[in-house]
Structure formats: structure tokens, C-alpha cells
Design a protein around this ligand. Structure first.
Ligand SMILES: NC(=O)c1ccc[n+]([C@@H]2O[C@H](COP(=O)([O-])OP(=O)(O)OC[C@H]3O[C@@H](n4cnc5c(N)ncnc54)[C@H](O)[C@@H]3O)[C@@H](O)[C@H]2O)c1
Length: 254
């Protein structure tokens, strides 16, 4: 493995970039990248992030797309490259939480929906970005998984299954790209102070027992995740490939 990326000429693309972690990633990457494409189902949220990137003096593009739709996925990659330039950093980050329910009550339609966004969406991002990076012989891809990729969590069947799959996709992509200068890694956040975790806690109810946290580890901040994504996108981690990088204040140690 030789070079990776992250220079002032790099174009970054972040899916789910209108969300809390995605926005933090976009802003972190904007510290070194020349431009950031912000993809989200929610165009207004993507535009808000793009405006924040522009306020840092970088170019930005907001793109509305459903990451789980094949034509949309091909389209966001094409639009970003046409309007900004070759994608050097791809933060494959969009995801949804689904619902909190024991397996026997977990609606099959919701299971399908979570798998569609969190697995098919990540797969399609890889499918359309990798060939572009192969043409240029370099790139850094960071898939957002979760500590739910390496632990079961009662009440979160769809989410846990989907995040285990994100790790499987990361490892498969890494093997397919081994020896190239395109690196693929996964970031595995524990609970982050965010809309998603507030929603899961609300659904878990007053006792919240099904989602109880280990010990007294504090929630992280979206930027705690973004800082690791930026590191994995940089040349400093040029020897890191196929890794599952946990960001959880030690929750999964035990
Ligand atoms: N918040 C946490 O505690 C936590 C912990 C571990 C992992 N994660 C993961 O981090 C990622 C970002 O989560 P977040 O906390 O920022 O959540 P969020 O809900 O704030 O952001 C997710 C964003 O993805 C967008 N999105 C949803 N479905 C989409 C689709 N089909 N196509 C395009 N965009 C879509 C949403 O509009 C939203 O802006 C997710 O993959 C999530 O599973 C979050």
C-alpha cells in the first residue's frame, strides 16, 4: 500500500451529510479537502451542511438522493464528480435506526427498510465510487457502522443485523482492493449525543433497559466520530485497511 489521500486538492463526499454525524464529518473533512459533496434524502439538511462548509471557505454541493436507490446512487456520484471533481474521500455514512422492539414484535417491513438503507445503501455507494477511484488509483473510503456491528443489542434486530453487514461489506471491499492505494475502513461509534440516540432512548421507554449502556461511559459527540473519519481519510493512516475502528469510550471492551 502506498499513498492515500487528503490534500487541499481532494474532493470529499459524505452521505447522510445532513445528519448530525454526517455534518460533523463534512466540516472536519472541509479542513483539508478542496470541496465537499453533501448527499442526503433531506435536501434542506444537506444544503445547511453545504452552507456551513462554504462558510469555511471551501466549495460545496448539496445533492438530494436516496442512497438505497440504484439510479440515485449512480447519480450522486456522477453529479459530485461532474460539478466538483474526482472523489478522493468517500464517507459512506447514511443510516437509519428503525424501531425498538423485541424480535417477535419487530415489523418485517421495518426490518426490510433498515436493511435497505443501511446495507444496500452502503453497498451501492461502494459499487459506484470504487470504479472511479480505481481509474485514478487512489482513494479513502470510510463506512459508518456502529458498535452494533460487533455486539448484539436487545430490541434492535434490524439495526444490529444491518451494521454487522456493513462490517462484512467493509472487509469484502478491503480484500478486493488489497495492494491498491484505495483504502476501505469502518468506523464503529458507540452511543453519540444525537437525534438518533434520543429517538432510540425515547422508544426504549422510561426504564430504557433494552438499550442500557455499559458502565458509566459517557455519550460521545458527533465530532468524536468525525475526527476519526478524518484520520482514516488522511495519509497518516496509509497502512490501515479493512479495519473496524471503534469510537465508544470503552463500551465494547468488556
Ligand atoms: N447517533 C449515534 O449514536 C450513532 C451511533 C453509531 C452509529 N451511528 C451511525 O452514524 C450514521 C449517521 O447517524 P446520525 O446519528 O448522524 O443520524 P441522523 O439521523 O442525524 O443522520 C442520518 C442522515 O441520513 C439521512 N438519510 C436517511 N436515509 C437516507 C437515505 N435513504 N438516503 C440518503 N440519506 C438518508 C437522513 O436524512 C439524515 O440526515 C448512521 O449510519 C448511524 O447508524 C450513529
Amino acid at each position: 500500500m502506498t499513498a492515500a489521500v487528503a490534500s487541499s486538492h481532494t474532493i470529499a463526499l459524505v452521505t447522510g451529510g445532513g445528519g448530525e454525524i454526517g455534518r460533523a464529518i463534512a466540516l472536519r473533512l472541509a479542513e483539508t479537502a478542496e470541496a465537499v459533496a453533501v448527499v442526503d434524502l433531506d435536501l434542506a439538511a444537506a444544503e445547511e451542511t453545504a452552507a456551513a462548509v462554504e462558510a469555511l471557505g471551501r466549495r460545496a454541493l448539496a445533492i438530494r438522493a436516496d442512497v438505497s436507490d440504484e439510479a440515485d446512487a449512480a447519480g450522486y456520484v456522477e453529479a459530485a464528480e461532474q460539478k466538483l471533481g474526482p472523489i478522493g474521500i468517500f464517507a459512506n455514512n447514511a443510516g437509519i435506526e428503525g424501531v425498538v422492539a423485541p424480535l417477535e414484535d419487530y415489523p418485517a417491513e421495518m426490518f426490510d427498510r433498515v436493511m435497505r438503507v443501511n446495507v444496500r445503501g452502503i453497498f451501492l455507494g461502494l459499487k459506484f465510487v470504487i470504479p472511479r477511484m480505481r481509474q485514478r488509483g487512489q482513494g479513502a473510503i470510510i463506512n459508518t457502522a456502529s458498535t452494533s456491528a460487533i455486539r448484539g443489542r436487545a430490541g434492535l434486530a434490524g439495526y444490529v443485523a444491518s451494521k454487522h453487514a456493513v462490517l462484512g461489506l467493509t472487509r469484502t471491499a478491503a480484500l478486493e482492493l488489497i495492494g491498491s492505494a484505495i483504502r476501505v475502513n469502518a468506523v464503529l461509534p458507540g452511543p453519540i449525543e444525537s437525534r438518533m440516540i434520543r429517538e432510540l432512548n425515547r422508544q426504549a421507554g422510561a426504564d430504557g433497559s433494552s438499550l442500557a449502556r455499559a458502565g458509566s461511559a459517557p455519550y460521545g459527540h458527533p465530532d468524536d466520530v468525525a475526527a476519526v473519519v478524518a484520520l482514516l481519510a488522511s495519509n497518516q493512516t496509509r497502512h490501515v485497511h479493512g479495519a473496524a475502528w471503534v469510537v465508544d469510550a470503552g463500551i465494547t471492551v468488556a
